[in-house]
Design a protein around this ligand. Structure first.
Ligand code: HEC
Ligand code: HEC
Length: 291
């Protein structure tokens, strides 16, 4: 008991302490990191200076992520109950199914839902609620938001039988109030440190786009619709089924994005600029091969 009280209190105490400190702690560091990024970015080609710059950038990134995860853990506490009650049945490998879910395992629909739900997302891998493969935290949080906003989860076939497992308006409000600020903060961090992960080239931009919009289902170990190949661009570009070098606008990855079929969540639909970027990348590859 005392242990669990301390677990909750400790981060709070630390946070309070941190905000009381004069401007010497992590806060100041964070400002420095930002300043560093804006003013000290090496202008000339100097490997040593670049190394130092990226080292600082990585430190700032780790620091921001740690702060965010402290915040996320403590804001998660009040909604943990809801998630436990409404989602764990199918998304927590520690959960033992109730007796009606364990009989006739081969044909039992409850068992089947649990198996598939777990394959997509195992919340027992603890916070940050881990999805299969390696979807970046941001895309997972967005998926949770979409599932809760559209009430596609818990599965309809399930809530028909167990109406009390449906998420209520209040559950929905509480979960969104938890997830929305986290998504925003993740987006801010992702934007601020993007050069750590993606180069400022056409290929780098396409990699970033795919990682934001497609890899949760088509890469990083995820293989929805038997298409898990969007990670390695140099291999993807050679796949005739998806890429039409002769007529880039006929490429399947472009067509399904243009029509809005992909990504499956209409809120994530690619904008004009992003579609253009995809085309430019295919066109560039065509020119490179025709040389
Ligand atoms: C009756 C079982 C069941 C319950 C209860 C359930 N889910 Fe699911 N969930 C599934 C199945 C099955 C899948 C995978 C199939 C799919 O994507 O439609 C899934 C997939 C998901 C995904 C997509 C994961 C990904 O990486 O694409 C999210 C997010 C999710 N569930 C969130 C939730 C949340 C939040 C709750 C509680 C409010 C919940 N689920 C309750 C069965 C369930
Ligand atoms: C939330 C998961 C999800 C996301 C995100 C997603 N897809 Fe898909 N994608 C699917 C599923 C599921 C299928 C299989 C659909 C079907 O068979 O009806 C599919 C199928 C496809 C196919 C057809 C594969 C084939 O062999 O016919 C292409 C191409 C594709 N997606 C491209 C994309 C692109 C490009 C993006 C990003 C801009 C994207 N998808 C984002 C889930 C996703």
């Amino acid at each position: 008991m005392i242990e669990s009280v301390m677990l909750v209190l400790l981060p709070l105490i630390l946070l309070t302490l941190q905000s009381c400190l004069p401007q010497t702690g992590p806060l100041l560091f964070r400002e420095k990191a930002l300043n560093f990024q804006e003013t000290l970015k090496p202008q000339e080609e100097d490997d040593g200076k670049y190394e130092e710059y990226f080292r600082k950038l990585r430190e700032g990134y780790q620091e921001d992520l740690e702060n965010l995860s402290i915040e996320a853990r403590s804001s998660f506490q009040p909604i943990k109950k809801i998630i436990k009650r409404k989602c764990y049945d199918c998304h927590d490998s520690r959960e033992k199914l109730p007796i009606y879910g364990r009989v006739f395992p081969r044909i039992n629909p409850v068992k089947k839902h649990q198996t598939e739900g777990l394959a997509a997302l195992d919340m027992a891998k603890t916070y940050p609620l881990k999805a299969k493969g390696n979807p970046p935290q941001l895309t997972l949080l967005k998926a949770i938001k979409a599932a809760v906003l559209d009430k596609t989860m818990p599965l309809k076939s399930y809530t028909i039988v167990y109406p009390f497992k449906r998420i209520s308006k209040k559950d929905q409000r509480d979960i969104l109030a938890w997830v929305n600020p986290l998504i925003q903060e993740h987006e801010r961090i992702e934007e601020k440190y993007q050069e750590l992960f993606f180069q400022d080239t056409l290929t780098g931009k396409v990699q970033r786009l795919f990682s934001q919009k497609c890899l949760r289902c088509h890469g990083n170990g995820n293989n929805r619709g038997n298409f898990g190949d969007m990670e390695k661009l140099e291999e993807l570009i050679k796949k005739k089924k998806y890429i039409d070098l002769q007529k880039p606008t006929d490429s399947l990855i472009y067509k399904v994005s243009l029509s809005g079929e992909m990504p499956t969540d209409p809120r994530e639909r690619l904008n004009e600029e992003e579609l253009q970027l995809m085309l430019e990348w295919i066109e560039e590859a065509r020119e490179a091969t025709s040389l």
